[in-house]
Design a protein around this ligand. Structure first.
Ligand code: PBG
Length: 327
């Protein structure tokens, strides 16, 4: 037998196994989403997302504190207003639900990275991400409203804004608004390649943001396309996006890989509500091991090239990293 050329696999002791890991994870790369609603004393579990809650502004800090204690350093806030209207005016109200939540968290957690979702769909009575011109979304009329929303979040103390609406030109509109008002240091994390996905189902229930009529296929991407994602990412980069996000994560690992290889900006992946709900439901039914499935899914996203992972499992993942289950 030719011993020199005999193919060999590394014999793995635990120490060696950790030594040769190609993918390294850190809690620093995690962002945990929170849903904030009006009212007081609310901490209500979201039926389609067990383990995730609707908080009011006064109960939110306790929820965030738990995450911070697990090692999570960044949150992404979604607001659920009581009142909705045709233009989504609650989105940029000074006393809006997100603005109040940001102010509360800012004083309680000076070190926390507070990111806000910038979109109108939770605030419009029709549930679309922009204002309507009869039946369709009017892209250009929506831009100044998104820019005002971003500015009001930043004035409340947000560290970064994340536009999720997918209107053309919104990154540039937000960038210009922030720059003109003395916030040129605030980064924009754009949902650059956001697919029209079935995996947002539980979120839309949580946020009450399912479109009343029609769907979002006019402005969200077709899952058939990957090159188009590169186009979207390129456009957002040119407009001034600082971090490029791909969403959802698991069904779009190829897109994450392509963007990571080609873009010159950090890449974030959003492991969305349906991805979380799938693991939860299967684990509850006894079909799979929740912890192992959670770890493996998160790993795959980083292995595909993501620098940042937005996930409802952020606290549990941070703890898993701390224990060395993944790392
Ligand atoms: C839109 C928005 C959505 C999500 C984040 N921002 C829903 C949508 O486009 O319908 C989905 C997040 C998730 O499913 O976890 N504001």
């Amino acid at each position: 037998m030719d011993l020199i050329n005999r193919p060999r696999r590394l014999r793995r002791t635990p120490v060696l196994r950790r030594m040769v890991r190609e993918t390294r994870l850190s809690p620093d790369a995690l962002i945990l989403p929170f849903f904030v609603m009006e009212g007081k004393g609310i901490k209500q579990e979201i039926a389609s997302m067990p383990g995730q809650y609707h908080y009011s502004c006064d109960t939110l800090p306790a929820g965030v504190e738990q995450a911070v204690n697990s090692g999570v350093g960044a949150v992404l806030l979604f607001g659920i207003p009581d009142e909705k209207d045709a233009t989504g005016s609650g989105a940029w109200a000074d006393e809006g639900v997100v603005q109040r939540a940001v102010r509360t968290l800012r004083t309680r957690f000076p070190e926390l990275l507070i990111v806000t979702d910038v979109c109108l769909c939770e605030y419009t009575d029709h549930g679309h991400c922009g204002v309507l011109d009869s039946e369709t979304v009017d892209n250009d009329k929506t831009l100044p409203l998104l820019a005002s929303t971003a500015l009001s979040h930043v004035r409340a103390g947000a560290d970064m804004v994340a536009p999720s609406d997918m209107m053309d030109g919104r990154v540039a509109a937000i960038r210009e608004m922030l720059d003109q008002n003395g916030h040129s240091h605030i980064p924009v994390m754009s949902y650059a390649a956001k697919y029209a996905s079935a995996f947002y189902g539980p979120f839309r229930e949580a946020a009450g943001s399912a479109p009343g009529k029609g769907d979002r296929k006019g402005y969200q991407m077709d899952p058939h396309n990957a090159k188009e994602a590169m186009l979207e990412v390129g456009l957002d980069s040119v407009e001034g996006a600082d971090i490029l996000m791909i969403k959802p994560a698991l069904s779009y690992l190829d897109v994450i890989r392509q963007v990571a290889d080609q873009a010159l900006r950090p890449v974030a992946a959003y492991s969305v509500s349906g991805e979380y709900a799938m693991i939860k439901a299967a684990a509850r039914a006894g079909y799979l091991d929740e912890h192992a499935a959670m770890c493996e899914s998160a790993l795959s996203v980083f292995r595909a090239g993501a620098d940042i992972l937005i996930t409802y499992y952020a606290s549990e993942l941070a703890q898993a990293m701390e224990r060395g289950d993944i790392g």
